[in-house]
Ligand binder design. Structure first.
Ligand SMILES: [Zn+2]
Length: 581
C-alpha cells in the first residue's frame, strides 16, 4: 500500500502541454460539494488522514524538543526573568488605565498619573529587551556549532518520521509544507506548535509538480479524475436542468497498490461551475468535516490561471475601518472610503444577526438541560447501586463539565440495561434525545451562518479588489481588544457577542487573500485619532463616540457618521504611508 518512490507510474500521464507563463497569472481555489457517502475508498482515505495527523503530532513533538534545547542554550539568565516581571507590571498598568478610561467618575489627574507610569514601564521593557536580545545573540554566536547540530538533528529526525509515516507521498509533502509555514509563524510569535487531537476529520490530497491542464482533469489521469459533464450543466436556462446535469463523480488517489496502480477515493460531487479555460491544477484535495452528526466532503482544486487582462483600476486605494456596531440595517462590520470619493458599509443583515444570537440561546437551553440531567444522575447514583462498568462511567459523567461523558454513559447503558433501571433510564434517554436534536440543530445553523458570512465577506473583498489596487486597513489590535479588563467584560456582554459575530480576523484574511490574488496590496496602518479627529479640518474634539453615531465638528460644523469619518482618516493617513513605500 505504501509508496517509496515519488516518481511512480502516474507521473507520466499528467504531463500535458502547459501554457507558458507570461507575466500575470493568478491562483484560485475552486470548491465543490461532494456527497456524504463515498462510493469507494473511504476507509483507506480515513487511514491516510489518521496517519497525517500522527505525522503532524510527531513532528510537533520533535520541533518542541529541539526548541526547548535551543531555548536553554540561548537563555540570558537573570535579565530574562527581569523582563518577564516588568512585562507583567506593564500589563497590569495598562489594564488599570483601561479601567480608568471606562470609568466616567475617574479623575483626569489619576488617568494622567497612570498613563505616565505606563509610558515609563514600556520604556523599561524596551531597554531590558534590547539587553536580552544582545545577550541571546552572544549566546548564539558562542554556541554556533551546537545550534547548527541541533537544527541538523531536527531535520534528520523529521525526515525519519516522515518516511515511517506510511503516507502517500503527496500527503507527506503537504504535512511538511504546512509544518514549515506554521513553524516560521510560531517562531515569529514566540509560540510553540500544538499537537492536534484525532477526531476523524482531515484531508487527502494530490499534488501536480508540473501542473495538470484543466482538460486533463476529465481524462484518465493517475491521480485525479472527474467524470465529464455536458456544457448545459452551466449554460442551461433551467436551474433544475443545471442541477441535474452538474452531478458527477470525482476520484482522487489516496495510495498505491503493489503494482503502483492507484487506490481511489471516489465520491459523488456537484460541479456547479466550470474550471477556467487555460487553467492548470496544482493541488487537489478532499476535505472531510463533521457537521452535527453527519459528515461533509468537499473537493478543493487549486488552479493557476491567466489573470484577466484589461482590468482598469483607476483609483488606487481604499481605506477600511472595521468594528462591530449594531445599526438599524444590521451589524456594521466595516466602513470603506475610496480615493474615488465613493464610500459604503459592510453590513451583516439583521436576520443573520438574529440567527447568530439563536446559536447562543440554543446553547443555554442545551446547558440547562444538561445540568438538570447531570444532577438527576448524581442523586440517582447516590441512592442506587449501579453495576460496573456503568457506575464508573456515571461517576465520570457527573464530574465532567461536557455533555460528551453523559452521552457515552447513556450509550453504554442502552447496551447494558439492568433490572429496575426503567425510570432512571427513561429520564436520561429523554435528555439524550433532546440533546442530540438541539446539538445537531445548533451545529447546522452555525455551519450555515459561518458559510453565509464568508460569502458576504468574499463578495465585499472581490468588489473592492476590482476597483482598487490597495486596501488600507485600520489595524485594530485584535488580541489586545479581546483582553479587556474584567470589569468591562461583564458590563458589555452584547458587545462581546457582536465582536465574535463580526469575526474581523476572518474579514482581514479574506481581504488579504483577495488582494494578493489580484496582485493588489494590503497595508495595515495604525492611524492617529482615526475616530476622534475630523477628517475635513483635523480638529480633535472631546466627545463620547460610544453615545452617538454622528458628530458635528466644533470648528468646521460638518456632521459626519463616525465610521465614515474613521475610514476617511484611515484613507488619508494610509495614502501618506503608502506613498513613502
Ligand atoms: Zn471639522
Amino acid at each position: 500500500m505504501q509508496e517509496t518512490a515519488p516518481e511512480s507510474r502516474d507521473d507520466r500521464t499528467n504531463r500535458g502541454t502547459i501554457p507558458e507563463e507570461h507575466g500575470n497569472t493568478l491562483t484560485r481555489v475552486y470548491e465543490y460539494g461532494c456527497g456524504r457517502e463515498a462510493i469507494r475508498g473511504m476507509d483507506i482515505a480515513i487511514d491516510q488522514m489518521f496517519r497525517r495527523n500522527e505525522l503532524w503530532n510527531r513532528i510537533v513533538e520533535i520541533d518542541n524538543e529541539v526548541r526547548t534545547k535551543m531555548e536553554a542554550t540561548l537563555f540570558a539568565g537573570a535579565k530574562e526573568e527581569e523582563l518577564g516581571s516588568i512585562r507583567e507590571k506593564l500589563k497590569e498598568l495598562r489594564s488599570r488605565l483601561a479601567m480608568l478610561r471606562a470609568d466616567r467618575k475617574s479623575s483626569k489627574a489619576e488617568r494622567d498619573r497612570v498613563r505616565a507610569q505606563v509610558k515609563a514601564a514600556a520604556l523599561e521593557v524596551r531597554t531590558v529587551l534590547d539587553e536580552v536580545k544582545r545577550a541571546r545573540k552572544a549566546n548564539a554566536e558562542e554556541n554556533r556549532t551546537l545550534m547548527r547540530e541541533l537544527d541538523a538533528d531536527r531535520r534528520r529526525r523529521i525526515r525519519q518520521v516522515q518516511v515511517q509515516a506510511g503516507l502517500y507521498w503527496c500527503g507527506r509533502t503537504e504535512v511538511l509544507r504546512n509544518y514549515e509555514v506554521a513553524r516560521r509563524r510560531a517562531m515569529r510569535e514566540g509560540r510553540r506548535l500544538q499537537p492536534r487531537p484525532w477526531n476523524g476529520t482531515g484531508t487527502v490530497c494530490v499534488y501536480f509538480q508540473q501542473g495538470l491542464n484543466v482538460s486533463g482533469v476529465f481524462g484518465d489521469n493517475g491521480r485525479l479524475q472527474i467524470d465529464p459533464i455536458p456544457e448545459d450543466a452551466w449554460k442551461s436556462a433551467s436551474r433544475s436542468v443545471r442541477r441535474r446535469l452538474a452531478r458527477t463523480r470525482v476520484r482522487i488517489r489516496v495510495a498505491a497498490n503493489a503494482d503502483l496502480s492507484p487506490v481511489w477515493l471516489e465520491l459523488p460531487m456537484t460541479m456547479h461551475r466550470p474550471l477556467p479555460d487555460g487553467g492548470v491544477v496544482r493541488w487537489a484535495s478532499i476535505m472531510r468535516e463533521q457537521v452535527g452528526l453527519s459528515w461533509r466532503h468537499r473537493l478543493l482544486l487549486t488552479v493557476r490561471e491567466p489573470a484577466p487582462s484589461g482590468i482598469e483600476r483607476p483609483f488606487e486605494a481604499v481605506g477600511v475601518d472595521v468594528g462591530w456596531r449594531v445599526t438599524p440595517e444590521g451589524l456594521r462590520v466595516a466602513y470603506w472610503c475610496g480615493a474615488d470619493g465613493n464610500h459604503g458599509a459592510l453590513v451583516l443583515p439583521p436576520s443573520d444577526l438574529a440567527a447568530f444570537r439563536q446559536i447562543d440561546s440554543l446553547q443555554s437551553t442545551i446547558t440547562a438541560a444538561y445540568d438538570q440531567a447531570r444532577s438527576f444522575l448524581q442523586s440517582y447514583t447516590n441512592s442506587h447501586t449501579v453495576p460496573e462498568p456503568l457506575a464508573a462511567l456515571a461517576a465520570t459523567a457527573v464530574s465532567s463539565l461536557s455533555p460528551r461523558a453523559l452521552v457515552r454513559m447513556f450509550e453504554e447503558w442502552k447496551a447494558n440495561r439492568y433490572l429496575g433501571d426503567e425510570n432512571a433510564f427513561t429520564t436520561i434517554s429523554v435528555w439524550h434525545k433532546q440533546h442530540v436534536h438541539l446539538w445537531t440543530w445548533q451545529a447546522n445553523l452555525r455551519d450555515q451562518l459561518i458559510r453565509k458570512r464568508r460569502e458576504l465577506y468574499r463578495c465585499f473583498a472581490a468588489e473592492l479588489a476590482r476597483r482598487f489596487r490597495c486596501v488600507l486597513l485600520h489595524d485594530v489590535q485584535l488580541r489586545r481588544k479581546s483582553a479587556k479588563p474584567p470589569v468591562m467584560r461583564e458590563a458589555i456582554p452584547a458587545q462581546r457577542q457582536h465582536r465574535f459575530i463580526a469575526a474581523i480576523s476572518v474579514l482581514f484574511r479574506i481581504l488579504q487573500h483577495t488582494f494578493e490574488k489580484h496582485s493588489g496590496t494590503v497595508l495595515r496602518i495604525k492611524p492617529e485619532h482615526a475616530t476622534m479627529s475630523c477628517h475635513s479640518c483635523g480638529t480633535l474634539d472631546e466627545w463620547n463616540p460610544a453615545a452617538t453615531l454622528t458628530h458635528t465638528c466644533s470648528k468646521c460644523g460638518l456632521t459626519w457618521d463616525q465610521d465614515y469619518n474613521a475610514a476617511k482618516n484611515v484613507l488619508r493617513q494610509g495614502l501618506a504611508v503608502w506613498s513613502r513605500k
